[in-house]
Design a protein around this ligand. Structure first.
Ligand SMILES: NC(=O)c1ccc[n+]([C@@H]2O[C@H](COP(=O)([O-])OP(=O)(O)OC[C@H]3O[C@@H](n4cnc5c(N)ncnc54)[C@H](O)[C@@H]3O)[C@@H](O)[C@H]2O)c1
Ligand SMILES: O=C(O)C(=O)CC1(C(=O)O)C=CC(O)C=C1
Length: 360
């Protein structure tokens, strides 16, 4: 019998819990959440087996999901490291940032407890248990950032979450935080800033932003997201967000200059480039992508050893994915590069130590 413990049963926690229960009805789900109506609602829905307080009964868990705001996840990781836990337990989280969380999880690794950082790339501006849905993550990417897990342990977590129907992507914490700062954190800042500035601009207009049509509404939907969650994200990923925010402001200033000097060609280029890129967003991914497959030993730190070797040699990886992992058998690691030169250099570097595999 498998027991899964959720600390935090809001939008993301409850969606994952429901996806687990649907795919594995025998799994026992325990959860703690301080929001008063959360546990009764989940019990009444039928997919929560028991509500507990804080970390009560956590020692029964085979999997522990930390699904509260990222600052609370950091605090919970430190607390968990002092608790007696079940041998072999896998601890994971769903936080929107990864470096601060992986740093805090070192306290667990010191106790020989397995930690795998996680982040499903789907969600909503709605929050709380009532917004949760078992199909929320269908076809979404799900980042996995292992700290001290074997390939088999990563696969074990993926199997538990099979009902979520996600596309797994293994990355380092630094890569994760750089990517999501640009495509998730920055957009939330921009949406909120636009709403705040619009509100100020319309201070003396009775209807104000209620007159807005689709443009304003589609750009600002995510400004309705939970302020507690977003404060924690911005503080946890501050240096990366600040760099990308400065870059964004520079883009706005360039456009401002082009408007001031009436440079029609520059303004046209600004919109044409954006249209081209936005039109590509849902198009199938086209080459050039260069894949390298290798047998990854089922050992703690095996993935970090490969990525560390490539980083030391200055070779950048576009994507890392673990395929076909079975208990006690090597997993296949798929490394994707964006240039033939990087692919060749990686091949030469890794061939001496790893078994490279041909895949069509
Ligand atoms: N909202 C999204 O789109 C999205 C997507 C991916 C990941 N995430 C991440 O998932 C996590 C949860 O976000 P969410 O959208 O589910 O937020 P949410 O507000 O819907 O849920 C958070 C839950 O955590 C609970 N909580 C707060 N303090 C707690 C504590 N000390 N112990 C136990 N529970 C506690 C809250 O009561 C709430 O029910 C965050 O770390 C967030 O960064 C969010
Ligand atoms: O769809 C939304 O409303 C979201 O904001 C989801 C969203 C994002 O796309 O930025 C929010 C936070 C995450 O960590 C991942 C996904």
């Amino acid at each position: 019998m498998t027991t899964v413990f959720f600390k935090g049963l809001g939008l993301i926690g409850s969606s994952l819990a429901q996806a687990i229960k649907l795919a594995h009805p025998d799994v026992i789900i325990l959860a703690s959440d301080p929001a008063p109506a959360t546990i009764p609602y989940a019990r009444q829905q039928g997919w929560l087996d028991a509500g507990v307080s804080e970390f009560e009964r956590v020692a029964e868990a085979d999997f522990i999901f930390l699904a509260s705001p990222v600052d609370q996840i950091v605090a919970d990781l430190k607390t968990l490291a002092t608790r007696p836990l079940k041998p072999g337990v896998i601890v994971t989280d769903v936080g929107s940032t990864k470096q601060a969380i992986l740093t805090a999880a070192a306290a667990l690794a010191d106790q020989k407890i397995t930690f795998i950082g996680g982040h499903p790339m789907a969600g909503s501006h709605k929050s709380g248990v009532t917004a949760g849905r078992p199909d929320l993550f269908e076809n979404a990417f799900y980042f996995q950032v292992p700290l001290n897990a074997t390939a088999a342990q990563q696969a074990h977590l993926q199997a538990l979450l099979s009902g979520a129907k996600v596309k797994w992507l293994t990355v380092t914490a630094a890569t994760h935080d750089a990517i999501v700062a640009q495509i998730s954190h920055l957009p939330h800042i921009i949406a909120a800033a636009l709403v705040n500035q619009t509100k100020e601009r319309f201070a003396d207009q009775p209807l104000g932003m209620r007159l807005a049509a689709g443009g304003f509404k589609s750009v600002t939907r995510i400004a309705a997201a939970d302020p507690t969650m977003w404060t924690a994200i911005l503080l946890a990923n501050a240096p990366v967000i600040r760099r990308q925010l400065a870059d964004y402001i520079a883009h706005l200033q360039t456009l401002d200059q082009a408007i001031a000097t009436q440079e029609a060609a520059a303004i046209h280029r600004f919109f044409a480039q954006a249209k081209h890129s936005r039109d590509q967003l849902n198009a199938p991914v086209k080459a050039p992508f260069y894949d390298l497959f290798l047998n990854l030993p089922d050992q703690v730190g095996a993935l970090t050893a490969v990525t560390g070797k490539l980083a030391t040699a200055g070779i950048s990886i576009t994507n890392i994915q673990l395929l076909e992992v079975r208990e006690d058998i090597n997993g296949i690691l798929q490394l994707t590069f964006s240039t033939a030169a990087a692919h060749q250099a990686a091949q030469a570097l890794l061939a001496t130590e790893y078994e490279l595999i041909e895949r069509g």
